[in-house]
Design a binder for this molecule. Structure first.
Ligand code: FES
Length: 63
């Protein structure tokens, strides 16, 4: 998959918002293709890493 024109935005108190088509490769080499917008956990609390599952809302994560 081509990954040009990908933009990564920091959501205040929340995830990285990745705008564009990306391929995520996990520690075992498994690839997941995401299209459009993907929210990646930045707070460390997600139970679905590397994706954001909204767990940051229960934290006082304000970075
Ligand atoms: S940023 Fe949303 S769960 Fe971590």
């Amino acid at each position: 998959m081509e990954t040009k024109n990908v933009k990564v935005q920091v959501a205040p108190g929340g995830p990285f918002l990745v705008h564009g088509n990306i391929t995520i490769v996990d520690k075992d080499g498994k690839e997941t293709v995401k299209e459009g917008m993907t929210a990646l956990c930045r707070c460390g609390a997600s139970n679905n890493k590397p994706f954001c599952d909204g767990a940051h809302k229960a934290l006082s994560f304000d970075k």
